[in-house]
Write a protein that binds this ligand. Sequence first.
Ligand code: UDX
Length: 437
Amino acid sequence: MRISVIGCGYLGAVHAACMAKLGHEVVGIDVDERKISELAAARAPFFEPGLDELLKEVQATGRLTFTTDMASAQGSAVHFICVGTPQKKGENAADLTFVDAATAALIPYLSPTDVVVGKSTVPVGTANRLAGVVQEAVPDAHLVWNPEFLREGHAVSDTLQPDRLVYGVTDGSEEHEAVQVLDTVYSVPMEAGTPRLITDLPTAELVKTAANSFLATKISFINAMAELCDAAGADVTLLADAIGMDDRIGRKFLNAGIGFGGGCLPKDIRAFMARAGELGADQALTFLREVDAINMRRRTRVVELTREVCGGSLLGQRITVLGAAFKPESDDVRDSPALSIAAQLQLQGAVVTVTDPEALGNAARRFPELHYEASTDEALRRADALLLLTEWREYRDLDPYETAAKVSGLKILDGRNVLDPTKWRAAGWTYRGLGRP
Ligand code: UDX
């Protein structure tokens, strides 16, 4: 099929490359010339394992092109809307400017029977409104909602082998014309057995926000347990192992630590609460306020613990923060708990050095006042205390004896509970985890 992908950020760039990999002829469109010229040269404008290789592979087939010209959407049978929906400045609600602008810009190039597929995460009700806009301009075209569940760091495999496909169509019926079109788009994963659910438009929009809210709640639940474990002298990692063995609960997303960040979970739960308020259903989601509060409290807790580990004062303490990205295998620092903790420590008088294998460029743009060091060895040199805040493999694998020879003070705070406390203590370190005795 000929497919256009509008918006070539995280979601769109990966989606465009993956659709070409599935055999379609794809044009990726974005207003950002820098992004387009990078992608056209088969370079991902952000770090995502496997994406550079995939871009090279599919561009060599001639099936994937990139442009800033929306007119190139003309002639595609399917148009994916993959633009961002950030949090509005000073408000919890989602900013729909880009979704509205992309739809309006696309309309002049739509032909009858074309299918416009929304993938961006939007407040429930948006798809119905946009379906009206499309229908009014091109009565025989369709708008459907097909949420995306990709995780950064696993985006390529999550797109090529998704857990499930959700199609939201106006009448919620299997017979809707657009269903067959999307089945053709996804014929490869469907043949591999990926389950596919047909819903109405609002349900499809809610599937995405409900899934992210559940994940955020799971993380905040275990972080609340970590607070209790701290108070009671118990171990949250063993607690998580034990409750996680109940498959109704499951062990995934039960890692207590410095909390969740990134471009999705924090903004999505806030936008969800804002939307529930508009719909008069705010009570249903007041628990998400607590989920958010528990999450933000983790950052203050780590600053306090660091002060404790440093003997009561942060003033002049040389602290090395291992990790700036919001999670490993990503260079994304949006709402990164690691960076927010580093900035608070510096504000309170510590001399902070931040290191990360991929995210330093983005981190320096967001927090130019912090000191960055690309080499882990250099970053460790003469540190009074270490904070492991993003669990990159190379930090998990640090050897406590070799590390001890590089630093000034043998103090480590493991913000992700990924190190073996016995090993580190045996090597002479003061080890602190979160919710671990
Ligand atoms: C999330 C959803 O997982 C994905 O399905 C959706 O499409 C987009 O949002 P992502 O933002 O890439 O994906 O990150 P995710 O892997 O969910 O992690 C989010 C945050 O939670 C990270 O900061 C991570 O470090 C933290 N986390 C995750 C924990 O603190 N504990 C855990 O057990 C799991």
